[in-house]
Ligand binder design. Sequence first.
Ligand SMILES: *Cc1c(COP(=O)(O)O)cnc(C)c1O
Length: 383
Amino acid sequence: MPTSPITTEASAPTAPSLASASGVLTIDLGAIAENYRRLRKAFQEKPLAAVVKADAYGLGMAEVAPVLVKQGARSVFVAQLEEAIALRPVLDACHPAVSLYVLNGLMPGTEAAFIDNNILPVLNSLGEIDAWSRAAVERDRVLPAAIQLDSGMNRLGLPEAETSQLREAPERLQGIAPTCFMSHLACADDPQHPQNAEQLAAFHAARRGLPKAPASLCNSSGIFLGPDYHFDLGRPGAAVYGVNPTPAAPSPVLAVVRLQARILQVRAIDAPQSVGYGATHRATGPARIATVAAGYADGYLRSISGRGRAWVDGREVPVVGRISMDLLALDVTEVAPGAACPGQMVDLLGPQHGVDALAQEAGTIGYEILTALGRRYHRTYLG
Ligand SMILES: *Cc1c(COP(=O)(O)O)cnc(C)c1O
């Protein structure tokens, strides 16, 4: 008789229920779908991929990817193989033919994991091309892959010298069916930047003499540089999730996230008392301070200290003093006492104060605000 095995529970913290949650993150899947449609319209209704790396920019790839597949995405990009392995069954449950790509490329020894899981690499160097070709020849198969050509960002992709070598030795692509030649723009969020046109020209030049395959250049911001930049496939990420892809102009996309956190205590103070670590905020007179259950461990970045704004009962109030790991403080002197009391939720992110505004207060970009959003919030998906 087998004895009962000793089992251990995984120690991952479970997401809190709504009733006990210190904070609630609401993710509007309807807004994600609408943003995707708006971007496709700006892309002249040509195909758009879905970029869901980093757990769909922190919003949950298992929830987000099916929405984008339903909107028509047939190419999906993540950054890492592990992300792709987790996502593959989710995609298979949505649609029989979605290509799933790993942007970070083919690490040595991972060929079998790609092939067995029906995942495609973005080949970023001649070495990766050689390895993928070897894997194809060994298996007597044709293996699809995207190939990234560096057009001036100097991050990932074949540098110009390697692209010329490939042009002169096309047999290095033996067994590979290129699904797409892609490149990435470094300055697309600044339409005046001269590097945009330089990269566009470099991408045209790089593709010359290579096999025919669809081309892809645009991230979210690139879409708004106009049709010259569009090619055959767009790869928007951030704008789908509500980050303004045109920072110098009003946002063409809807807000997607709302973040609320609970007031734990409200106290009355008077000058010369101070609030929080480092005593950086001092009362100049009688004030009421609300301590709220969100901090830098939840992605409410410490750099927001002394600069943030929150909404209590529809009223804007300042974040005061330093952000702690689990807590922040609001000056609620101007809010009616009944509206700022323990247990009450305050708005930290929402339509009146979006990811771009909070990012500005934090000295960063909306991308970092989203991907930093903590795991301790109760998550609610709308739509
Ligand atoms: C992240 C990424 C994208 C999406 O960029 P956004 O600016 O979020 O739209 C597209 N292409 C590549 C290669 C990326 O790494």
